[in-house]
Write a protein that binds this ligand. Structure first.
Ligand code: ACO
Length: 361
């Protein structure tokens, strides 16, 4: 039945932005393997690659670092309105509402404006939940350094900033996932980058996409201790539940981003016991999934170690998906621009299987 297919295996467009090889477990972003990008170029380097030729020509990490920093400072002038729009909402809808209020930031391409505004608005929203005033950005910092600083009101350690930078880089783009496809559908109407990114954020929120890392921690908490791992996992699978942080539509082997993030968690090493426990859960889950779901090839996805990384950075669970959006904004904006420039209006057909009008007697 076509409606149940989820468009598996359908190529919906050509893109120069990223390549997900699900059989080999490989992710390449604009020609560079994700492991290399995270280790050598960081989030601003990834954005420079993604935006090259779409936002500007001759982009490099230094230029993007400079412009994003200045755009954060400019976006801060609009933060009160954005926070008011998101008041009382959970972080993702609040960020969506906040971003929707963003006016044109004069002198900044919308890709810069939205990628800069996301961490500024998110940090202010999360502080407001705790009754704290927003902290102004520091344009000289990287997005990762400044996001942690705006969240906490003080500078993060270099290891913490490096770990968040690795995370933002790792999730900056990933083929035609649900949120990116959403961005491209919206961009194909020529509405512009901002609304395309806001729409993408709605798609990211679901637990089958970017909403899994919070529930991964709920799972680790629910299991409690090593002695419970196998029984807990088996009982959930028997009752038809899915294990969060496992399985992927495209990857049939381990998600390459999981190892980048696991490495980053290890550098923080705040709680080595927590990581060892998670590794045991991971190993047992993979073994049990292979037995309970034979032939499905269910392995660890990006969300498993995302959860541990963001927990080690003391980011509140409810904000995990919104932090994901800060990184993915680089990819959404690039895809929106590629679609608007090179694509056509996306307008597929559906097959009508509902009731037919009754013929006149
Ligand atoms: N736990 C248990 N069973 C699973 C899991 C899982 N995590 N993932 C898939 N399966 C099973 C399904 O129950 C199904 O079994 P069945 O054929 O016996 O009914 C089979 O594997 C295929 O499942 P589909 O839903 O067709 O696979 P799909 O490609 O649509 O799903 C998805 C991919 C949504 C990521 C899925 O693996 C899942 O729900 N994982 C858990 C949630 C999660 O980790 N989400 C984050 C994904 S990463 C990201 O988007 C950033």
């Amino acid at each position: 039945m076509a409606g149940a297919s989820g468009l598996d295996g359908i190529v919906a467009a050509d893109t120069v932005l990223s390549d997900v090889d699900g059989e080999a477990g490989r992710l390449v972003i604009r020609g560079v393997p994700v492991e290399v990008l995270a280790a050598r170029e960081g989030f601003e380097g990834a954005a420079a690659r993604l935006w090259e030729g779409f936002v500007d020509d001759g982009l490099d990490r230094a230029k993007v670092l400079d412009v994003l920093g200045r755009a954060r400072a400019t976006a801060f002038a609009h933060v009160d309105k954005a926070v008011a729009a998101g008041a009382g909402l959970e972080p993702v809808p609040a960020l969506r509402a906040g971003l929707a209020t963003l006016p044109d930031l004069a002198g900044f391409h919308p890709a810069y404006a939205f990628t800069a505004a996301a961490p500024v608005i998110l940090a202010a929203l999360l502080r407001q939940r705790n009754g704290l005033a927003a902290v102004a950005p520091d344009p000289s910092l990287t997005t990762a350094q400044d996001l942690l600083r705006m969240l906490r009101g003080k500078q993060a350690t270099s290891a913490e900033a490096a770990a968040l930078d690795a995370y933002l880089t790792t999730v900056s783009d990933h083929g035609f996932n649900a949120s990116t496809f959403t961005a491209r559908v919206v961009a194909s109407t020529q509405v512009g980058v901002g609304p395309s990114a806001v729409a993408a954020l709605a798609a990211l929120e679901g637990p089958l996409h970017g909403g899994a890392p919070g529930p991964v921690l709920d799972m680790l908490d629910g299991i409690g201790g090593r002695e419970n791992i196998k029984t807990w996992l088996e009982s959930r699978l028997t009752s038809g539940e899915r294990l969060m942080g496992f399985g992927h539509r495209v990857y049939k082997v381990r998600d390459p981003r999981a190892d980048v993030l696991k490495g980053a968690v290890r550098t923080l090493s705040r709680d080595a016991g927590r990581l060892a426990f998670a590794e045991q859960v991971e190993a047992d889950a993979i073994a049990i999934l292979a037995r309970v779901k034979p032939g499905r090839r269910l392995d660890t996805n990006v969300e498993f170690y995302t959860a541990l990384l963001l927990e080690a950075l003391e980011i509140p669970r409810a904000a995990f998906t919104a932090i994901f959006a800060v990184g993915r904004m680089a990819g959404w904006t690039a895809h929106a621009l590629e679609q608007a420039r090179d694509g056509r209006l996306i307008r597929p057909l559906s097959r009508y299987v509902g009731p037919r009008p009754k013929e006149a007697a």
